[in-house]
Design a protein around this ligand. Structure first.
Ligand SMILES: [Zn+2]
Length: 254
């Protein structure tokens, strides 16, 4: 148990490093293959021992080995957070399909936090592979009938968000919800079903509220990203789905 948890943390840091790299490159419309990892300042190509997550950063004292410029903390934070989330997935769900699902949700969480906060985008290049992998896992975990129902529930939540978006766009005369939020909600419906899919929207809006208020108080103009709050909501409800179902059934008097 302990060894697997540690192993998943280490694997997670590598994934985190990879995610930070591809998300930034895709959002900036750069190639994800060329050039290899390099210092943004002096273009010095990183050797293999400069690419070890967390470790390299600490050994180099957070500076480029060539030009000594301070490296951005974004990478090391992403690496540590992804490692922790991967390890946590196993601690919560142990040996089960839910661990795999939770690892995919963790990956969505990390990548959406970077892309939506920095670039106001949720990448199709991330959402589509994640959705496909989730469908495959659900197929092995249950059966084809379950998968078809899940796809339908995903579609329903997707359509609800789409209607909210279109009405919102009209009312506010600007983009109210991003397309990425609508597509992400398909995954929410797929995993959570219809009722918890609705709860996901409310919880997402609820945790986004303090951030929205702070932005207003600081008089920051512009639209605020909603994706990070939605994926956080999705992950929380997935972990505590039985508790949420229990509360929901009491409220609905079932
Ligand atoms: Zn450099």
């Amino acid at each position: 148990m302990v060894y697997i948890t540690i192993l998943l943390f280490v694997v997670g840091t590598f994934f985190g490093s990879f995610y930070a790299c591809i998300v930034n490159r895709l959002c900036k419309n750069e190639s994800i293959i060329k050039p290899g990892s390099h210092c943004e300042n002096c273009k010095h190509r990183l050797t293999w021992y400069e690419l070890i997550p967390v470790f390299s950063y600490l050994i180099q004292g957070g500076k480029c080995r060539k030009c000594r410029i301070k490296l951005s903390k974004e990478y090391i934070i992403t690496e540590i957070v992804t490692g922790l989330l991967f390890a946590l997935s196993f601690i919560i769900f142990e040996f089960s399909y839910n661990t795999l699902i939770m690892i995919i949700l963790s990956s969505l969480l990390v990548t959406i936090f970077i892309s939506d906060f920095k670039y106001m985008i949720i990448l199709d290049e991330i959402l589509i592979p994640a959705a496909i992998m989730l469908v495959i896992i659900l197929f092995f975990q249950y059966d084809i009938q379950f998968v078809l129902w899940s796809l339908l529930k995903g579609l329903i939540i997707f359509v609800i968000l789409l209607v909210v978006k279109l009405l919102g766009d009209k009312a506010y005369k600007q983009e109210s919800l991003g397309w990425g939020d609508v597509k992400l909600s398909f995954i929410a419906g797929l995993l959570l079903g219809f009722k918890l899919g609705l709860v996901y929207l409310f919880v997402g809006a609820f945790i986004a509220l303090p951030y929205g208020i702070i932005l207003r108080l600081l008089k920051k103009e512009g639209v605020m990203p909603f994706g990070p709050f939605l994926i956080t909501s999705l992950s929380i409800i997935f972990i505590f789905s039985s508790t949420f179902n229990y509360i929901l059934n009491i409220l609905l008097g079932v």
